[in-house]
Design a protein around this ligand. Structure first.
Ligand SMILES: NC(=O)c1ccc[n+]([C@@H]2O[C@H](COP(=O)([O-])OP(=O)(O)OC[C@H]3O[C@@H](n4cnc5c(N)ncnc54)[C@H](O)[C@@H]3O)[C@@H](O)[C@H]2O)c1
Length: 280
């Protein structure tokens, strides 16, 4: 159901690769709510993914940009402002990649070249987007910028590797830039800490299927899906959340506040009994 929450609002959505991407779902929902936006991703992602289909569906223009390049972000923001004839109202940063995760190098044996890439792509790119937008005065007062994070920024989860460090930095950038942007321009900057979700990036995390099952059992409301995340993003882009800024907002069915649930304990109990029977 649509509520026209984003009628008249213009934005940029980073990171839709295919129809599993969280950014894809956000674009669909934002379109339903009346927003107009530009879609962006790297030239490689445009070749490998299916972004064109989304652009057609949402009547959106695609402007390629590598989110690690200040020059390319500048071009993107300038072209977006020219297209809409002025400033924009919202940005979704849904960008992440860890070459260490991709190559299966564990945290204690990672490659530092890859580590730099992880931080560049998954965290510094957010600073660059905010920096360019502020320099070009690209966002209207009470505009909203959202990036996607994960609870591994606060808690250690096996297999999340150097992405945990990147997410910690991402959340810190949201606070530090959120202060400056809020103070000077009344612009909100937040991160959403989303449940594990089956997407191209999500599938790269070691043991993602078991992680999904575990967090599903631990969360009183169950895992938040990509569609749920899209709904939440729409509220943060809307005028209904004008005083929310510098926050890391958990969107995880309650997982981040849990220690142990009955459903998880029941499952643990089964394997515990098996171990005892095997004499482990
Ligand atoms: N899937 C999950 O379990 C999960 C959970 C919490 C948070 N997140 C976060 O959600 C965001 C979106 O990921 P997703 O799960 O939808 O996966 P996804 O693979 O669909 O999206 C990741 C996107 O990042 C883009 N990207 C990579 N390098 C880039 C660069 N240099 N410049 C611009 N774009 C670049 C990719 O092309 C892709 O579109 C990420 O920040 C991810 O960490 C995902």
């Amino acid at each position: 159901m649509a509520y026209n929450l984003l009628k008249g609002k213009k934005g940029i959505i980073f990171g839709a690769l295919n129809d599993m991407s969280i950014a894809w779902k956000v674009a669909e929902r934002a379109h339903e709510e009346g927003a107009e936006f530009v879609l962006t991703n790297t030239p490689v992602a445009l070749r490998l993914g299916t972004l064109k289909q989304l652009a057609e569906k949402c009547n959106a223009e695609i402007i390629p940009a590598d989110a690690t390049s200040v020059e390319e972000i500048e071009e993107l923001v300038k072209k977006t402002m020219a297209k809409f004839g002025g400033k924009i109202d919202f940005i979704l940063h849904s960008v992440a990649m860890s070459p260490n995760v991709r190559k299966g190098l564990s945290y204690d044996k990672l490659s530092y070249d890859f580590y730099h890439k992880t931080i560049e792509i998954s965290a510094l790119s957010f600073h660059k987007v905010l920096h360019v937008c502020r320099k070009l005065d690209a966002i209207n007062e009470w505009g909203s910028v959202v990036a996607l994070s994960y609870v591994a920024a606060q808690r250690t989860l096996y297999g999340y590797n150097d992405m945990a460090d990147a997410k910690s930095l991402l959340e810190s950038i949201a606070r530090s830039f959120g202060y400056i942007y809020g103070r000077d321009k009344k612009i909100r900057v937040n991160t959403i800490s989303q449940s594990p979700t089956i997407t191209t990036a999500g599938s790269g995390v070691k043991g993602i299927d078991r992680l999904l099952d575990f967090s599903e059992r631990m969360s009183p409301l169950g895992n938040a899906t990509a569609d749920d995340c899209a709904d939440y993003c729409v509220t943060l882009f809307s005028d209904l959340t004008k005083k929310v800024t510098m926050q890391n907002l958990f969107h995880d069915g309650g997982f981040s506040s849990m220690g142990m649930s009955l459903r998880a304990m029941t499952q643990y109990d089964k394997s515990f009994r098996e171990c005892l029977e095997e004499g482990d």
